[in-house]
Each structure stands twice: as C-alpha cells, then as structure tokens.
Design a protein around this ligand. Sequence first.
Ligand code: GLN
Length: 536
Amino acid sequence: MDSDSVKAKFIFVTGGVVSSLGKGVASAAAGSLLECHGLKVTFLKFDPYINVDPGTMNPFQHGEVFVTDDGTETDLDLGHYERYTTVTTSRKNNYTTGKIYYNVITKERRGEYLGGTVQMVPHITDEIKRCILEAANSMDIVIVEIGGTVGDIEGLPFLEAIRQFKYDMGSDRTLYIHLTLIPFVKTADEIKTKPTQHSVNKMREIGIQPDILLCRTDRPISEEVKKKIALFCNVESEAVIIARDVENIYEIPLMLHDDGLDRIIIKKLNLSVQEPDLSRWIDIVNRIRNPKGKVTIAIVGKYINLRDSYKSLCEALIHGGLANNVDVNLQLVDAEEIDSNGPESLLSDVDGILVPGGFGNRGIEGKIKTIRYARENRKPFFGICLGMQCAVIEFARHVAGMKDANSTEFDEKTLYPVIHIMPDQEGKEKGGTMRLGAYPCVLMPNSTAYQAYKSGKISERHRHRYEFNNAYRDDLIKTGLVISGLYPQKDLVEIVELKEHPWFLATQFHPEFKSRPTAPHPLFTSFIGAAVRQAE
Ligand code: GLN
C-alpha cells in the first residue's frame, strides 16, 4: 500500500517520564471522542519487545493477553481500544519489535532486498511505516501508540519511523501527542514541570516536536503552570491538556473533552467534523455516579496480585454492574488460600463467584473447592475457560461419582479424563495447538445462556488447548449437567449450566473480550443480575 492511496490522518501517542501513565486508555479515550464527532477511527499499538506476540508471556509480567476475533494474541491496550470505541481489532492492530524483525528477516531470506544490506534505517523503519499504512485502510484517523517511554533503547526504531512519517505525509496529516507526568513534590509543596520539560527535550533530540501534551496529575493545574509548560515545551497553551486522576476510567473521555482535547486535535489536523454526540459517555458517567446498590464478586484465581492480568474480566464485571445500575466491588481471592483454609471464610459474604481462565496446575484444587461451595450453597457462579473446565471436573467428581476425575492437563493418568486434549492436537508443539479467536456457538432454547443472549446463535473468542471430553457427555447429562452451548462443526461443548441453581453457568470461551461499557455483555449482565438478587 503506498501513501498516496491512503486518505487517513495519523495521531502518534508517545509516553514520557514514567511508564504506566495510561497511554492505552488515553489513546482509546481520544479515539472515542473522535468517533463522537462522526469520524472513522482505528488504532495501532507497537510494543518494543522481542517476543513475536505476547501469547507466550507470563501474565505476571505482561498483564492480560487480549484475543481478537481473528485469533491474534495481543497487548491488553487493544482491549481498551475496543471498549472505548466501536472498533474491532485484528492482527493488523498490534506489532512487536519481534514481529517487525520477523517480517524483515523473512523478506531478506526470500531475497526480496535484492542483495542489499538490510539495515535498521530504512528497512526496519520502512516495515514499521508499512504496518501503519496497512492499518489505515478506509479510516479517517489512525491512532498509533508506541509502547514504553521515550529514552528506552527499544523504542528508538519506532520513534524514528514516526518521525519520518511526518516528513513523508506532511504536517497536516500527522500529529504527535506526548503523555507525561506532572508530579507534586511534597517537601517543596509544589507541582513540578521539569520532568515534562526533559521528556519533551528527549523527543526533540530525536526530531519529534510534540503538538499536544497530555499531562497526568493528581491535582488541578493553574493556568500559570500550563503557560509555563507550554513555553518551555514549545507547544500552544491550549495544547496542554490536563488529565487528572479519576475514580473511574470511563470518566476520562468527558474529562479530556472538557479540557479541549478533541477541539485541539480537530484544529491541528484541520478535520471537518460534526458537533460531538457525547450522550453515550454522559449516560455511563451518570450510571457510575448514581448506583442503586452494590454487589461483591469474588474472582478466585492465581494472578491475584496483578489486576491487569484480569483486565477485560474486571471491566466486563463492571459493565454488568452498569447494566444493572449497581456498583461492583471486586475481590481477588487466591485459589491456593482457599485450598488451604477452605472456601467458607473467604466466600461466605460475597454475592457471586467467578473462576477465570488460566494455565497450569497451581490453585486447581482450590478452584474446584470454590466451585463445589458455589454449587452447594447456591451462590451465583460464573466459570470462564479454565473455570468451566474446573466446573466440569467438580461436577464429575462430586455429583456423577467419577472419583478423581480431572483434566489431562493436570493428571495425565486420571481414570476419568473429563477434560482432555483432542486427538488432532496431540503431539504438536505448544504454540500451534491453541484454539484461538472467534468460533460460532449454538445455544439450547430455554437455557440460562439463551435467556441472557436472547439469541440462539452467538460468536465468542477462545484461547485454550483442552476441551470437554465427549466420551463423558451422556453420563454427565444423565446426572444433571446441562450442555447449553455447542460449536456445531466439531460438536464441542462450549457452555455448561446447572438447573436447580440460582445462576450457575460456565463457558469454554472468553466472553469478557467482547464486553463494552456501551454494550455490556449479556452473560455478565445476567450474572450480575443474579448477584443483585442474592444480595437482596
Ligand atoms: N489451561 C486450559 C486450556 O488450555 C484453560 C485455558 C484458559 O483458561 N484460557 O485449555
């Protein structure tokens, strides 16, 4: 694709001073505001690490792996992009350094560089620019987020590529937003702008003058300080946007709008747009600020010290709360602690229990005890992926009388392998055996799932290796397990439920990836509804 055939304009978002300032959310919120003006927006995230994708990375290090419809394992920021906008992302929306080099090296091996010396500039930078243009398609705006912080060695090729982008495309089609921190230094009782000045200097050293500064701060910033930042950083003072800490991340679009972010983007990129329709965000903020009640949900898993590991899940539960007009209090509970101390003390006060996805042995018995507790004590229960597999194991062991039933992931020699690896997957290398991305699912009429979706045919995203073993299907159905969702082409079990229970449902897929605050996912809405009834 050459630059002449692309009509889009490009916004580049970089970060300075420190990491974790919320570049992903800021980019997503900016995109959502531009959508409110009627523009067609898409996103691209560059991650400056060598892994080809985050699929093999530990959630403790990297946070959640977000899965797209086309089965790409991506950075969790793509989840923010989807949640704040109407965008559905794909493999074209996330590239790592590893992927860029992989593409270049593959071309080199094929002889595509015709005997030339393959170099960082222009070959790596050209590949980065090619990916940006490819994402542009028929869009009005492409928001390109560069992971990491300016000054990182890893980020340099990306920054060089986006510097060249303005040179190639012209200044009316490119805009640089730099996210920084304005700290308050207690001993001086003062707000400090110096780190931001240094960070912008660092950007200028590599040839990029930010157009807009998005300043993260925990307190109001005076006009005087704004002017100072503008003067020292060489931006207009109306382009210094203050992004204060907020209680709820869905307040960010309106906050940035109030400080003029969309206005200045539109002006600088010379966009012709309609007046913004902000009603969706006004409605969400109203719901957040005026809940009619509160429920407590326990997430019983193993990555409990890093909330980012369950990012989409936590958000989907909050969306379920928005749909029911209640505040959702999330408690992350360590499955191993339940295994040692029993479920009663940790779970008796909660209104609903969720066992999420995961890999590996650790915490499995605690999860099974949790599910037994939810089943026997009639607590609303939602199992997702590994949570569904554990629910099947629990039912097999304690209801169907299959002693020590298990998944072959945890016990290869179990007498009752109710969860197993499909024969066509066996023996393959780990990376190649996952069922990834969107698969259709047919729902059983009158089931809890059907009532929630109000539809008989759905599509949901997957990320797992093991499956429900159909050899045990009839026996489990006879003893009361309801199979309410199937992937028809391969006759695979996708959803299980229990009848004589207020709400007990578990899915092989990950519904959390498709929930949005503007369109809360039906299963999360239904689950939180059951928790509300439990709390009454
Ligand atoms: N470890 C299980 C599997 O591979 C579950 C995976 C998950 O929960 N995402 O099938």
